[in-house]
Design a protein around this ligand. Structure first.
Ligand code: GTP
Ligand code: ZN
Length: 364
């Protein structure tokens, strides 16, 4: 039986014209990257399903002819593709991801928390007002680079300022790889301005602080409907639905939007290469410093300081680079320390167990 997915789509979204009709799995974001990881036997025996929602007590998964909640597992998050083993659900395999967004959990114990998997484009949302903060935008862009997600910077509330282009110009200096778009999130602009990224079968997310317009944008993409909410309503006569914010929504036109919590506390961790990518210009400059270990402070022959002197480089950008690197090093080092402590503890446990076994053997 193949499930009929039409009911998940808002009316009038079936595409005509030259576009090939996507299969139900493709509508959910299934792509060659995932198909390559499985054999045809596996495809039949363990159908691929996508995690569309994370509940406290389980993962809501949807596939062709599958729509159920399976037990939660630490190694899967919203957006993941899982080969569902109906005979033994815990043995189901999580497919290798295209991207993974993770963060350091709030609080002091610095656990890694998986936020979302297989996002293709992250819209980093800020507004043309006091929310606009270059350091914060840079942080998000670095996180996207690290996660292998394409970042696009969206500056909302352009209707409330006289010169939105000034904000756009500043944001454009962050990275050549992060396009910048200014817009009024209410009305028609999002649909046309985001069309390049919001294609059927593509998964996108809106990241940013509270109040910048993430919900407004998602709604403006037109008639956002939650796959998860939809499915749960079917089962629940009272029309109740969950209030979790970590969900995949299917948007009119077919793209998938991941709804994530505000993420104000976004911390960099294990993101060294994301930072390298973000500050590629500074790394290039550093290669020309006279000393290999130049700290770009008062050393003679420092290409970075020279660029600042000549006005080619904004000194504040160097400061932000330092700050991000220090933060990343701190968070990652703490994690490494804990890992090595865990390792040492594991070793000790094994030693004790072995000693006990030896003792038992001798007394047998
Ligand atoms: N004038 C104007 N108002 C906007 C724009 N974008 C969002 N708003 C308004 O800003 C307020 C907050 O927008 P939301 O979409 O709820 O913001 P959010 O990012 O989803 O906020 P959280 O749900 O708290 O994370 C709403 O009153 C919107 O109508 C814009 O481009 N122009
Ligand atoms: Zn230097």
């Amino acid at each position: 039986m193949t499930r009929n997915y039409q009911k998940f789509f808002p009316p009038g979204t079936q595409r005509g014209g030259t576009d090939r009709q996507l299969s139900p799995l493709e509508e959910l974001g299934w792509q060659p990257h995932f198909a390559q990881q499985i054999s045809s036997d596996e495809l039949v025996g363990t159908p691929p399903v996508r995690v569309v929602e994370v509940h406290r007590n389980g993962l809501h998964v949807i596939g062709s002819a599958v729509d159920e909640v399976v037990p939660p597992r630490a190694d899967a998050t919203v957006g993941d593709w899982i080969l569902l083993d109906p005979g033994h659900v815990p043995s189901s395999r999580v497919l290798e991801r295209k991207s993974l967004l993770k963060r350091r959990a709030p609080g002091t114990d610095r656990q890694v928390q998986l936020i979302a998997a297989n996002i293709e484009t992250a819209f980093i949302v800020s507004s043309c007002n006091q929310d606009f903060n270059i350091a914060r935008l840079e942080r998000y862009v670095a996180v996207c680079f690290e996660a292998e997600i394409d970042p696009v910077i969206l500056l909302t509330k352009s209707d409330l300022v006289s010169d939105p282009q000034a904000f756009a110009d500043e944001a454009a200096a962050i990275s050549k790889l992060a396009p910048v778009i200014t817009l009024d999130a209410r009305g028609d602009q999002p649909k046309s301005k985001l069309a390049d990224w919001c294609k059927p079968g593509k998964t996108v997310a809106f990241l940013g602080s509270s109040g910048v317009g993430k919900s407004t944008l998602a709604n403006a993409l037109s008639g956002t409907r939650s796959i998860a909410t939809q499915a749960i309503r079917e089962d629940d006569a009272k029309g109740r639905h969950t209030t979790t914010r970590r969900q995949l929504h299917l948007v009119s036109g077919g793209c998938l939007v991941l709804d994530t919590p505000g993420m104000r506390e976004l911390q960099l961790m294990d993101a060294a290469s994301g930072i390298e990518d973000l500050f590629a210009d500074l790394n290039e400059l550093s290669a020309n410093c006279r000393f290999k270990d130049c700290r770009h402070e008062t050393e003679p022959g420092c290409a970075v300081q020279n660029a600042i002197q000549s006005g080619d480089l904004d000194g504040a950008r160097l400061q932000r680079w330092r700050k991000l690197k220090a933060e990343e090093a701190f968070n990652s080092a703490s994690l490494a320390e804990r890992r090595s402590k865990d390792k040492a503890f594991g070793k000790m446990v094994r030693r004790v167990v072995k000693a006990k076994e030896n003792r038992n053997r001798r007394t047998e």
